[in-house]
Write a protein that binds this ligand. Structure first.
Ligand code: NOJ
Ligand code: CA
Length: 564
């Protein structure tokens, strides 16, 4: 694969509502991000991805856009964004925004017009179908629960929504819709953005027969993803988007593309693929039978995690380039998910996990708070949740026969609110996020996990992340860690994850102990120098090496000597 500029980036994901509140109204904002640019620069990251800040009634925290050209006033004004992009650029940080083009808000003027005007020209902008005998057109279940169909008032028609009722899907079959969207994307790219993270993009094509699905729940509905995600014909839309828009700019495009089989990865991320890179969620969803059914818990072990990650890495390596992540705004916190026993959630396991994902082949994404080891926050009642999908999963779990207590347990484990709690800047009230009560309850542990404290401690998770980023970006094995091929090793080992990266004769070997016990590995120390280690002790120079509990070790193989 030819080198691309975006392969070098380290991307930091910002959930603006929870990052930093500059005007003390309890809601994070754009100026808040600008004020924290020094912090971001000190981390060593090179790009920020900001979750949606467009005008929105915030039913899904901004993934429901009512005006693509305006910002939500609670986040700030256009001049604030221009200032942020400019100042970030001065610090060597590029900016990527979220692009939500599968659906709009029901408060978007297009949708409002069709609600009010029987002859609206926007009727064909959305997906409308007549009901069947007073029932919705079919039995598909939306991602956030209930039917994908909602009655259109005063008509016999229903409109389609893959996600929440307030997120009607746009009709991508209509070229006018696509053209409107392309125009908008170009407007934003002209503003100087580095690119986009493209939301829910595999949902834009639906199976046009709209036939019933075999029910898979007590609600009599079937998961819409079977017929509304990555359907035959999507290639034409994605190809057009790439041809008419993305290819005209030297931009990075990061597809949120769930439901793509590995055989199709070449089309998505190959040399002429639709996107620069896509996220693969298979390993992140290893604890549930499907990402959208949290009550179907799956027990897993380290070998399962290794297999999922390595399969993903090898498939992506064959096809193109990947977007690696441990956390995001839809996932629970990684230390709470991947380190099962609470007593083992500490500096070592947090940094081991961090390094394990960070040195995989692909562009790494760090989600706000991950770099200080923020954790899940267990809530005691359903009233404490904001996330619409948590609320749906709660009631659905009970409909499926679980008790209220069990239902609460499931959503506490997976809730998207786990990663959306306000950022911990210091140990002051509200973690220094705001002087006013934040829009979402703080995680109570902000006085023990926060930036200020970790800044002072050279051995903090935060400072480990800095070293880790520096090792990839500018260390002696930088090229190898960025562009090198990946090769899994010790694949059968039950608790050690290990892989090699190789580039132009250079070799880096990475070991991660996923257990709380010492583990022995055969390796000759004399052949390696240590690039990164989350323990301070020197590595003894003998044949057998002991990996300490949750140790992460990144070793550079010494250049081979040729004997004459
Ligand atoms: C994926 C986004 O990451 C998520 O937060 C959102 O709810 C859905 N897409 C719908 O836009
Ligand atoms: Ca604010």
């Amino acid at each position: 694969m030819q080198k691309k500029w975006w392969q070098k980036e380290v991307i930091y994901q910002i959930y603006p509502k929870s990052f930093y509140d500059s005007n003390n109204d309890g809601i994070g904002d754009i100026k808040g991000i600008t004020e924290k640019l020094d912090y971001l620069q000190s981390l060593g990251i090179t790009m920020i991805w900001i979750c949606p800040i467009y005008k929105s009634p915030m039913a899904d925290n901004g993934y429901d856009i009512s005006d693509y050209y305006q910002l939500n006033p609670e986040f700030g004004e256009m001049k604030d964004l221009d200032e942020l992009i400019e100042k970030a650029k001065e610090k060597g940080i590029k900016t990527v925004l979220d692009l939500v083009i599968n659906h709009t808000s029901d408060e978007h003027p297009w949708f409002q017009d069709l609600l009010q005007n029987p002859d609206s020209k926007y009727k064909d902008y959305y997906i409308l179908k007549p009901g069947k005998n007073g029932q919705p057109p079919n039995n598909w279940r939306s991602v956030f629960g209930g039917s994908v169909w909602e009655p259109l008032p005063n008509t016999d028609q229903y409109y389609f929504h893959s996600f929440a009722v307030k997120q009607p899907d746009l009709n991508w079959e209509n070229k006018q819709v696509r053209d409107e969207l392309y125009k908008m994307v170009i407007y934003w790219l002209e503003k100087g953005l580095a690119g986009f993270r493209v939301d829910a993009i595999t949902f834009i094509k639906k199976d046009q027969a709209y036939e019933d699905l075999p029910p898979d729940g007590v609600d009599g509905l079937g998961k819409c993803t079977i017929k509304a995600r990555n359907q035959v014909g999507i290639a034409d839309f994605l190809h057009e988007l790439q041809e008419e828009v993305f290819s005209k700019y030297d931009c990075v495009t990061i597809g949120e593309a769930p439901g793509v089989p590995y055989e199709q990865y070449g089309d998505f991320i190959g040399e002429n693929g639709y996107f620069s890179m896509i996220f693969d969620f298979r390993y992140a969803d290893l604890d549930v039978a499907s990402g959208s059914e949290w009550f179907k818990r799956v027990d897993w072990n380290v070998l399962d995690l290794k297999n999922l990650i390595f399969t993903s890495q090898m498939e992506i390596q064959k096809a193109g380039w990947g977007a690696n992540f441990l956390e995001n705004h839809d996932q629970n916190r990684s230390i709470s998910k991947y380190i099962k026993e609470e007593e083992n959630r500490n500096f070592y396991s947090a940094t081991m996990l961090g390094a394990m994902f960070f040195f995989l082949r692909g562009t790494p994404f760090i989600y706000q708070g991950q770099e200080i080891g923020m954790t899940n926050f267990t809530r005691k009642s359903i009233e404490e949740f904001d996330d619409i999908s948590s609320i749906d999963q709660y009631y659905r779990s009970m409909n499926e026969g679980f008790t209220a207590e069990e239902a609460l347990h499931f959503i506490n484990l997976r809730s998207r609110d786990n990663s959306r709690t306000p950022f911990h800047w210091n140990e002051n009230e509200y973690g220094g996020f705001s002087k006013a009560k934040p829009w979402l309850g703080m995680n109570e542990n902000y006085n023990s996990i926060n930036v200020e404290q970790q800044e002072k401690d050279p051995d903090s998770i935060l400072n480990f992340y800095r070293k880790m980023i520096q090792t990839r970006q500018s260390g002696e094995a930088s090229e190898c860690l960025i562009y090198g091929d990946i090769e899994p090793i010790l694949t059968e080992h039950p608790v050690i994850m290990a892989y090699k990266r190789k580039w132009n004769g250079k070799k880096v070997v990475c070991y991660f102990n996923f257990s709380a016990e010492n583990q022995h590995v055969e390796i000759d120390q004399n052949h390696y120098t240590v690039l990164l280690n989350n323990y301070k002790e020197e590595i003894p120079s003998n044949q057998e090496m002991v990996l300490k509990p949750y140790q992460a070790l990144i070793l550079l193989q010494k250049e081979e000597r040729h004997h004459g």
